[in-house]
Design a protein around this ligand. Structure first.
Ligand SMILES: [Zn+2]
Length: 95
């Protein structure tokens, strides 16, 4: 449950403004906050916090490691593709 940033009154997700103090909820600010929270999750600090917060540290570490590896392999594949494309373009221009 979310709360009004102004008075702390519990808010309904569909409400446009707080029934208690009349403050309008800003969807834009909320979206920015959500994006920042998402970003935070992917930083080293976010990972560290998540690992600490989960009860089973070993399990959490394993999960994080798997995510990092999956991300890396995708990046590595893209790098390889770029290198191949570059080499191919070079060969074409030389011939
Ligand atoms: Zn309020």
């Amino acid at each position: 449950m979310k709360h009004c940033p102004s008075c702390g009154h519990e808010r309904n997700n569909n409400d446009m403004r707080c029934p208690e103090c009349g403050r309008f909820y800003s969807r834009v600010i909320e979206l920015i906050d959500e994006a920042a929270a998402d970003e935070e999750k992917n930083t080293l600090r976010g990972r560290y916090q998540r690992i600490l917060e989960s009860g089973n540290i070993k399990q959490a570490l394993l999960l994080e490691w798997r995510q990092i590896r999956a991300g890396l392999s995708r990046q590595a594949l893209f790098a390889l593709f770029v290198i191949f494309a570059f080499v191919f373009a070079l060969i074409i221009t030389v011939l």
